[in-house]
Design a protein around this ligand. Structure first.
Ligand code: SF4
Length: 470
């Protein structure tokens, strides 16, 4: 089941962030807290952590931001911990759907947190129900943990491998027992996962910014199809064999929008990739203007890239209200305009009489671009040329990102010229897919996923999803 949450913005939403630590000298709960805090941008609806001291395991979860959920954390501590922040795409936004999930296996407790989205949840859930399983949540994560718990294999890694053989779709997992933590990436590598090192232990995280937050050193990315085990003997790696030489489909939207610009993914700084996108936009447009400005914050770095490449000065055009949090907007236009205005207010001094090259990262439904352009015109802008640092979003994502249904995507139904007219820009240009692929210079084009732009999904979709693509 998908939620239908409408927010003031018009952005795709990341599903989750995950974190894990194994460190005999650490207070795991505190480290997980800081790790999750730095991954907050990947999910703001709920948060949770599981901590073990080697003897027993406890999971604490709640709705809200990391600071809110753990305000009353009961204080269980240990040297093993995993955590999760969530924005729901599969399963409703309700307390029972908060992660990590914890179950009791024959060998002891086992907890799991998941970033991604399976595409074969329904048949797997059905099979489990038929074999007597009882579900407490509506999440695909519960399917994964139940399959692992039910496996007859002895070693956790073998259980995970067995389950990887039947899962389809996107999953970056962190899991723990009372003596180890585990990190797993699906064979396509849709969602990120990295390994870090503290002075006395190891860490797993969705992004390197979470390593920086706890003063851990980056070791490497977990490979697509890899299972990493971290215990008292260090880091052990085992590959799910069919993943060797498997096609990769690393999410290009992580580089455009989701990941924090201070993170490094697959060897490339997200900041650098966004600068490259801005430069590529300049190469593709050569727009003339008095200032380059961004729709903050997600357009900031690409706007700098455009400014550096063009020589047009970068200027702040909006004041962003940082205290908004998540705002649920009313369906009528007036309230929507008010919500955007509460979030962003033009700085008239910088805007009045100016020919503006405006940079944003994406247009999904097209609900806010027109409002932003009207606000700039009302503040006296002479001309607004809008550049988008991604190609038009025309297809839904089934791999852990909420991009809305195809019928809601403005670019699925309208040409670029029609969209330009609808939002009232003087010019509108989307970065080409080639330009985007070049900007993400650490990866080969064929190793990336661009499916929300070109509809070429890396794996066959089940019939129910195919229908949603039409
Ligand atoms: S469809 Fe788009 S958002 Fe989803 S994984 Fe692929 S590139 Fe990322």
């Amino acid at each position: 089941m998908q939620t239908s949450i409408t927010t003031y913005d018009d952005k795709p939403h990341e599903e989750c962030g995950v974190f894990g630590i194994f460190d005999r000298q650490a207070k795991a709960a505190l480290e997980v807290y800081y790790g999750l805090f730095s991954l907050q941008h990947r999910g703001q609806e709920s948060a949770g952590m599981t901590v073990s001291d080697g003897e027993s395991m406890e999971t604490f979860r709640g709705m809200g931001l990391v600071t809110e959920v753990f305000r009353n954390f009961p204080g269980k501590d240990g040297y093993i911990g995993i955590g999760h922040v969530r924005y729901s795409t599969t399963g409703s936004s309700i307390p029972s759907n908060v992660q990590p999930l914890q179950v009791d296996c024959a060998e002891g407790p086992f907890a799991l947190a998941h970033n991604g989205n399976l595409i074969n949840t329904a048949p797997l859930r059905q099979q489990l129900l038929q074999s007597g399983a009882d579900f407490q949540t509506t999440m695909d994560t519960e399917v994964i943990i139940k399959l692992i718990a039910r496996s007859r294999k002895a070693a956790v890694e073998d259980r995970i491998k067995e389950v990887m053989g039947i899962l389809r779709g996107a999953y970056a997992l962190v899991a723990c027992t009372d003596h180890a933590i585990y990190g797993v990436r699906d064979p396509f590598g849709y969602r990120p996962l990295v390994i870090g090192k503290t002075e006395t232990g190891f860490v797993l995280a969705s992004e390197t910014c979470a390593l920086d937050a706890i003063d851990a050193q980056f070791v490497r990315d977990v490979l697509p199809g890899e299972i990493v085990t971290i215990d008292d003997d260090g880091v052990h790696s085992t590959m799910y064999e069919p993943a060797v030489n498997h096609r990769r489909a690393i999410c290009s939207f992580e580089y455009i929008y989701f990941a924090r610009p201070d993170s490094v993914m697959n060897g490339q700084s997200i900041y650098q990739a966004r600068l490259n996108m801005g430069r590529a936009l300049w190469e593709e447009t050569h727009y003339d203007g008095d200032i380059v400005m961004s729709v903050p914050d997600s357009g900031n770095v690409a706007a700098l890239g455009y400014s550096y490449a063009s020589g047009i000065p970068y200027s702040e055009g909006f004041l962003k209200n940082k205290y908004m949090g998540r705002t649920f907007i009313q369906p009528d236009q007036k309230q929507r305009e008010r919500a955007v205005r509460m979030k962003l207010n033009p700085i008239a001094l910088n805007v009045k009489g100016k020919r503006i090259v405006l940079i944003d990262d994406s247009i999904v439904r097209g609900t806010t671009s027109g409002i932003i352009i009207r606000m700039l015109r009302n503040a006296g802008a002479a001309e607004i040329k809008l550049c988008i640092s991604s190609p038009p979003v025309k297809y839904p994502c089934f791999f852990g990102i909420d991009t809305a249904e195809r019928r809601q995507l403005i670019a699925a139904k309208h040409s670029v010229e029609e969209i330009r007219e609808m939002i009232g820009a003087d010019e509108l240009h989307y970065l080409s897919q080639e330009g985007l692929a070049k900007a993400i210079s650490c990866l080969r084009g064929e190793d990336m996923c661009f499916a929300c732009f070109d509809g070429k999904y890396a794996e066959p979709l089940p019939e129910s999803m195919e229908a949603r693509v039409k």
